[in-house]
Design a protein around this ligand. Structure first.
Ligand code: PLP
Length: 432
C-alpha cells in the first residue's frame, strides 16, 4: 500500500472501489440516543461471576414478574390473531375500531368528546414522535424542547433539520417549565412547544394551574402544544394527572401516547397521535394534512395489535392498574429513601410519577471520578449496576435512575450504588 493510499498496488485493490460509506447524518442523529449511551455503559460490566447485572438505566420493566401485563391484554391479542380478521393491511390512519376505542379512552378525561377522526394509530409513541416532528419540520421553523427531555425528539429534529431551542425545567420548582425563558426563545418561526407529562426523566407531574399558564403562553406565541403523555395515569403522589388536551380550547394540542407504559408492553408497538383540539385549528391550518401525507409513506403497526386494542382498553380491570401504581409507589419510595443516605447524590424532587428520578451528582465528594459518564462506567464495571448518565439528556453531572424494577432487585442495586459511592468518597483531609 502506498502511503497516501491513493494508488492501489494490486489489481484486487483496484477493483475494490466502493461508492458507499457511512451516512454522517444518521450517525449524528443516532449518536445521542439513550440506547446508544446505555450500550456503552453496559459494555463496561465485567463478567466476573454470579452477580447479575441490575438494569436501572432504561424504562422497560416488562421483564420483572411484578410488572407482567394483564392476561386480559394477552388474551385480546390471541383472539385478534385467531379471528383471521386482521391479516390485512390496515388503513394508514389505523383500524377504525382501534381509533374509536382510543378516542373513547382519552375522552373520559376531557371536557369534550373526541372522534375517531382525531386519532392516528402509530407504531408506539416513538413513531408518533417521528411523524409529528417530520410534519412540523418546514424550512426555517424551530421548536421548543424541554431540558431535560427525551432524546428521540432531538434525534428526529436533527434528522429533519428542524431547529431546536431548549427551555429548562426547574428542579427547585418541582421541574416546572421556565416560562420566561420560553417567551424569550420563541420567535415568528416557532411552531410548537413539547411537554412530557407525566415526566420522563424527572418523575414529576405538571400542576393544573401551571398547565394553564403554559397553554396561555403558547396561545400568545401562536404555537401548538405537543404533549407526550406516554406515562398517562402513572402517578402516585399528591398531584393528579390532567391531560393537556383538557386545555385544548385555549390552544391546539397534539397528544402523543401508547399502551407501552401503562400496560407494560413496550414490545407491542402500539401508540397514537391525537388532535385534542375542539376548535379544529390543526385542521383549519391544514397541519393535519401533513400528518396524513406522512402516514401514507410510513409503515403501520401490526393490524392484529390494532384489532386487539378495543378489548385491551375495555376489559382491563382497575385492579391491574392499581397494582402497577402500588408497585411504582413502593419502588419510588425505596429509591428516594436510599438516595437520602448517599452523600454524593441529591434528589431535588421526590418522584411522584413515571418510572424515573433525576438526581444531582456532587462530583467534588468523589475521588478519581471525573464526571457522570465516568461515574456510570465505573459503577457498571465495579457493581454491575446500570444507571443513565445525565449527559445523555444534556444534564452533565446528573443521573437518571429507573425505579421501575422488581423491588428486590432495586434494593440490591441501590445498595451496590451506595457502597460504590462510599468506596470512592474523598477522604477528609485532617490538618495536623
Ligand atoms: C418510552 C417513551 C416513549 C416511547 O414509547 P413507545 O410507545 O415505547 O414507542 C416516548 N416518549 C417518552 C417520554 C418515553 O419515555
Amino acid at each position: 500500500m502506498e502511503e497516501n493510499g491513493k494508488k492501489p498496488s494490486t489489481e484486487a485493490e483496484a477493483e475494490e472501489r466502493w461508492q458507499f460509506g457511512p451516512n454522517k447524518a444518521v450517525e449524528v442523529a443516532g449518536g445521542r440516543s439513550i440506547r446508544g449511551t446505555l450500550n456503552k455503559i453496559i459494555a463496561c460490566v465485567e463478567e466476573t461471576g454470579p452477580r447479575p447485572m441490575i438494569p436501572l438505566g432504561h424504562g422497560d420493566p416488562s421483564v420483572f414478574p411484578s410488572f407482567r401485563t394483564t392476561s386480559i391484554a394477552e388474551d385480546a391479542i390471541v383472539e385478534a390473531v385467531r379471528s383471521a380478521k386482521y391479516n390485512n393491511y390496515s388503513l394508514t390512519n389505523g383500524v377504525l375500531t382501534a381509533r374509536l376505542a382510543i378516542a373513547e379512552y382519552l375522552s373520559k378525561d376531557l371536557p369534550y368528546q373526541l372522534s375517531p377522526d382525531d386519532v392516528f394509530v402509530t407504531a408506539g409513541c416513538a413513531q408518533a414522535i417521528e411523524i409529528v416532528i417530520t410534519a412540523l419540520a418546514r424550512p426555517d421553523a424551530n421548536i421548543l424542547l424541554p431540558r431535560p427531555g427525551f432524546p428521540l425528539y432531538e434525534a428526529r429534529c436533527t434528522f429533519n433539520h428542524l431547529e431546536m431551542r431548549h427551555f429548562d425545567l426547574i428542579p427547585e420548582k418541582g421541574w416546572e417549565v421556565d416560562l420566561d425563558q420560553v417567551e424569550k426563545l420563541a420567535d415568528e418561526n416557532t411552531v410548537a412547544i413539547v411537554l412530557i407529562n407525566p415526566n420522563n426523566p424527572c418523575g414529576s407531574v405538571l400542576k393544573y394551574q401551571h398547565m394553564e399558564e403554559i397553554a396561555k403562553t403558547a396561545k400568545k406565541l401562536g404555537i401548538m402544544v405537543v404533549t407526550d403523555e406516554v406515562y398517562d395515569h402513572l402517578t402516585f403522589g399528591s398531584n393528579p394527572f390532567v391531560p393537556m388536551g383538557a386545555l385544548g380550547d385555549i390552544v391546539p394540542v397534539l397528544t402523543l401516547g401508547s399502551i407501552s407504559k401503562r400496560w407494560v408492553v413496550p414490545g407491542w408497538r402500539l401508540g397514537w397521535i391525537v388532535t385534542t383540539d375542539p376548535k379544529h385549528i390543526l385542521r383549519k391550518t391544514k397541519f393535519v394534512d401533513s400528518i396524513r401525507s406522512y402516514l401514507d409513506i410510513t409503515t403501520d403497526p401490526a393490524t392484529f395489535i390494532q384489532g386487539a386494542v378495543p378489548q385491551i382498553i375495555k376489559n382491563t380491570k382497575d385492579d391491574f392498574f392499581n397494582n402497577i401504581i402500588h408497585v411504582l409507589r413502593d419502588t419510588a419510595e425505596i429509591c428516594y429513601n436510599k438516595i437520602k443516605d448517599i452523600k454524593c447524590i441529591t434528589c431535588p424532587h421526590k418522584p411522584e410519577a413515571s418510572m424515573f428520578v433525576m438526581v444531582k451528582l456532587n462530583i467534588s465528594y468523589l475521588e478519581n471520578i471525573s464526571d457522570d459518564v465516568d461515574f456510570c462506567s465505573k459503577l457498571a464495571k465495579e457493581e454491575s449496576v446500570i444507571v443513565l448518565p445525565g449527559s445523555a439528556l444534556d444534564m452533565k453531572n446528573w443521573l437518571r435512575i429507573t425505579f421501575a424494577a422488581e423491588p428486590t432487585s432495586l434494593v440490591v442495586g441501590l445498595e451496590r450504588l451506595e457502597s460504590f459511592c462510599k468506596r470512592h468518597e474523598k477522604v477528609e483531609q485532617i490538618s495536623p
